[in-house]
Design a protein around this ligand. Structure first.
Ligand code: GAF
Length: 425
């Protein structure tokens, strides 16, 4: 596989050394510390977070590393291994996207976290920072590189300013981390101007190694569901189509607005309430859908309601296995749920892309038990549930299919449920 684009994750020591080196060459001296935060893949539960629904992400072993020193003033000096030069931002001059004080580009994800921590009253006047950023989370690939950046900075500021929210590595504080999640989401919504939900930041800050994070996006609750595919002889293969996506563009926001309009028509608190009512047998999609404005709205709602059910069903399968293994009928059913999720996202929610469909179809055809797009869509990445001895076959087949279709060579990552954000050096 050496000739193919398989992206291995850096280990903590390697990532920290890279970040320190960039810090020293950019600012001189040594940083006070290095913090890291993971990207994520969502196993199932897509476009449910902003509908008060359920999602089931894992943290990736691929992380963003920030080498940081606090400053005595309110200035941020930021450097990234993938951007030119040092950017300076005055923390007292940061304002929402679309106003004269907006911060442009990637620095908005860093400055936004400071702004949001102060707005929420979690910090009074944060110190400025010198920050050097390096990452092995592919950017623009639907693997939450922006959340990884926000969350790595959040845990760094948390410790350097003595906020005490993240807790110690051995004893992470979930309530405190939930406050950090909220700040990172506000940074992304208000300062970077991307109207996303909170799944990505929650995965990066609240996930656990060896577990998927069952997120209840209505009340912020989280449960850790054992997710050790290796024990079942399986792998979760991530296929990065390298068709770039962005959620600051209009399509994501349009989906969100359509759901909000549907909720108003149904006089429901959110689409989660509709999902819960159909599950409890108090109503059914046959009753609900005719009350909506048009076919498009009906399809969007059908996706969200059925997707919430798919999260419940997959969690049930994962928990049902007394020895935490997926095999036989449970494995078939898990694959069927992933496939149904993709088909619903493609047909009803209309957020897939030709590249994602090709990746998914090829993986299914060459042995995956199930495959689907992951993340917001419109490009980005797909996941495939594959026997560990079939991974190479699927990788080669997808690479060939992309070549045959005249597309850029895709990237591949092996997803293992990994630890959340924290200090690494
Ligand atoms: C993107 C968003 F950032 C998440 O909040 C979520 O809505 C996801 O798309 C779709 O499930 O990753």
């Amino acid at each position: 596989l050496r000739d193919l684009n398989v992206r291995t994750a850096w280990n903590d020591a390697g990532g920290a050394a890279r970040a320190r080196e960039l810090f020293t060459t950019s600012f001189g001296g040594v940083p006070e510390g290095v913090w890291a935060a993971p990207g994520r893949v969502n196993i199932v539960g897509e476009h449910t977070d902003y509908n008060g629904g359920l999602a089931l992400p894992i943290a990736l072993p691929h992380r963003t590393f920030v080498a940081v020193s606090p400053r005595t003033d309110r200035v941020l000096r930021l450097v990234s291994s993938v951007a030119d030069g040092v950017v300076e931002v005055d923390l007292d001059a940061v304002g929402p996207a679309g106003t004269p004080a907006e911060v442009r580009g990637w620095p908005s994800y860093v400055a936004g976290v400071g702004w949001a921590l102060e707005q929420a009253g979690l910090a009074s006047a944060l110190p400025g920072l010198d920050v050097a950023v390096v990452s092995c989370v592919p950017t623009g690939s639907g693997l939450s590189s922006s959340a990884a950046l926000e969350c790595s900075v959040a845990v760094a500021w948390d410790e350097l300013a003595g906020l005490g929210l993240a807790g110690r590595a051995a004893a992470p504080s979930d309530p405190g981390r939930s406050r950090l999640v909220e700040a990172c989401v506000r940074a992304e919504n208000d300062i970077a101007g991307a109207p996303t939900g909170g799944m990505d930041q929650a995965a990066s800050l609240r996930a656990r190694a060896g577990h998927a994070l069952l997120l209840d996006c209505r009340d912020g609750g989280a449960e850790h569901v054992p997710f050790d595919l290796a024990a079942s002889g399986l792998e979760l293969l991530v296929i990065d189509t390298r068709a770039e996506h962005s959620h600051a563009g209009g399509e994501y926001g349009q989906r969100r607005a359509t759901c909000e309009a549907a909720v108003r028509l149904l006089a429901a608190p959110d689409l989660r309430a509709v999902a819960d009512a159909t599950r409890a047998g108090q109503t059914s999609l046959e009753d609900v859908l005719p009350r909506l404005a048009d076919d498009e709205q009906r399809r969007r709602v059908r996706h969200v309601v059925t997707e919430i059910d798919r999260v419940r069903a997959l969690v049930h399968l994962l928990r049902d296995e007394s020895d935490d293994r997926l095999r036989g009928r449970s494995l078939d059913e898990a694959g069927r749920l992933l496939n149904a999720s993709h088909d619903s996202l493609r047909e009803d929610y209309e957020v897939s892309s030709p590249e994602l469909d090709l990746a998914v179809e090829t993986a299914r055809r060459t042995g995956a038990h199930g495959a689907r797009m992951t993340g917001g869509g419109f490009g980005g990445s797909a996941i495939a549930l594959v026997d560990d001895d079939a991974v190479e076959t699927v990788i080669r087949a997808v690479d060939d299919a992309f070549d045959g279709a005249g597309l850029r060579a895709p990237g591949f990552l092996r997803a293992v449920a990994s630890p959340p954000a924290g200090r690494v050096g």
